[in-house]
Design a binder for this molecule. Structure first.
Ligand code: ADP
Ligand code: ASP
Ligand code: MG
Length: 405
């Protein structure tokens, strides 16, 4: 008898028919005698709609109330999934994140899991139930409802698999696995049979939303091997696991395009020690994650000054502007310029460590496409460039063709 954690994303529970399909799949595993913990997302579109509703009330709603609101999406699905299992005579019970023992810090809308005490999950499993846990949500030790950041149901699944020492962790989604690029943007992308944690982590961080990046970080830390596969068929998916020797033979594993980034430029920042520290401390205090940072000598101004540009999630743009406006006069920054029309294009592969000329080839490919590079950043196994959003998809296709075509 195995203990299996199965996570079903938004599309996979997108309507009553799909939820019944999930129940059928779960029932099949149950019939083999396996214990099954199911993690579900909100039905597709629900979380986006809730965010839209909130923004119609006010542009920057309280993050505590956002969590109260967003958690309802997953709570709907757990109850419906339990009912769907009951309807095929399988004992099942739904639990909220809090009931499942998921304790987080208090950073609303992007809370981190602090610990999991899955006592209730164990006892419900032992009583013969399929246990259905609401993804994406938890509770602080003071009893406040929190959410784990967009795509956070992946994290719920991986963290539960670790806490329960599950034998198998399956992430069911609406594509057959992890591809060399988003198959919706690059039609000739190929499904990978396996990928290392580090590559998956970099791809996820670069915008391949097939896995939430924090969930991959968690899986790597706790050695949770998992499979990404489709809820719509029986095809084998992609295994995500520790790197093996043969993985380095492939130079580039995948390409990703992040369209959800924005850029802020601080023009004419006085060139003196401590200013960058003050600016980025203010952003950090507002829980804003900054990605690439570039500093250049400022053009034109009389006294010594620099321009600082950085990228961040589009969803944090308004909050960042508010934070920066509050310290603008104090720091002597002349102007805060926001740009939402950027895309971040990345190539990822552990093979980069042992192959040279990868960056040159990427830049040549972009040049041939007439794409201007605005910012560049690299890690040991990733190269990212910021480019014009309008050219993002064609640039992605060209780079995919050059390395993986
Ligand atoms: P779920 O609702 O199941 O969590 P998501 O929409 O979050 O599903 O993630 C699945 C989507 O990720 C796919 O439909 C696909 O468009 C997108 N995606 C982006 N990059 C990749 C990739 N490299 N491989 C597979 N899917 C990708
Ligand atoms: N419902 C949440 C979201 O849309 C969490 C998830 O689907 O993983 O981001
Ligand atoms: Mg997802």
């Amino acid at each position: 008898m195995a203990l299996i954690v199965q996570k079903f994303g938004g599309t996979s529970v997108g309507n009553p028919e799909r939820i019944k399909n999930v129940a059928k799949r779960v029932a099949k595993y149950r019939a083999q005698g396996d214990q099954v913990v199911v993690v579900v997302s909100a039905m597709s579109g629900v979380t986006d709609n809730l965010i839209k509703l909130a923004k119609e009330i006010m542009p920057l709603p309280s993050e505590r109330e956002m969590d109260m609101l967003l958690a309802t999406g997953e709570q709907t699905t757990i109850a419906l999934t339990a009912m769907a299992l009951h309807s095929v005579n399988v004992s099942a019970i739904s639990l909220t994140g809090a009931q499942a023992g998921i304790v987080t810090d208090g950073v609303h809308t992007k809370a981190k899991i602090q610990n999991i005490t899955p006592k209730e999950v164990h006892s419900m499993l032992d009583a013969g139930n399929v246990v259905i846990v609401a993804g994406f949500q938890g509770q602080t030790s003071q009893g406040q409802i929190t959410t784990l950041g967009r795509g956070g149901s992946d994290l719920t699944a991986i963290a539960l698999a670790a806490a329960l020492k599950a034998d198998l962790c399956q992430i069911y989604t609406d594509v057959d696995g992890v591809y060399t690029a988003d198959p919706r943007l690059v039609p000739n992308a190929r499904k990978l049979s396996e990928i290392s944690y580090d590559e998956m982590l970099e791809l996820a961080g670069a915008g391949a939303k097939v896995m939430q990046s924090r969930s991959v970080e968690f899986a790597k830390k706790f050695g949770v091997v998992f499979e990404v596969r489709s809820s719509l068929n029986e095809n084998p998916g992609t295994i995500v696991k520790e790197e093996t020797k043969s993985m380095e033979d492939v130079v580039i594993r995948g390409v990703a395009l992040d369209k959800n980034q924005a850029k802020i430029t601080l023009a004419a920042v006085p060139d003196k020690p401590g200013l960058a520290a003050r600016i980025f401390k203010a952003l950090a205090d507002a829980s804003i994650n900054v990605d690439m940072i570039v500093q250049t000598a400022s053009h034109g101004s009389g006294s010594k000054a620099t321009d600082i540009s950085f990228t961040l999630e589009k969803a944090d743009l308004l909050k960042a502007q508010k934070t920066l406006d509050a310290i603008k006069n104090d720091t002597g920054v002349r102007e805060v310029i926001a740009d939402e029309k950027i895309g971040k294009l990345s190539i990822v592969g552990v093979g980069m460590r042992s192959h040279s000329g990868v960056a040159a080839k990427m830049f040549e490919t972009l040049a041939a496409e007439g794409v201007n590079i605005d910012m560049i950043s690299t890690s040991e196994i990733k190269i990212s460039v910021v480019i014009d959003l309008a050219k993002g998809e064609s640039a992605m296709k060209a780079v995919h063709a050059a390395f993986l075509g």
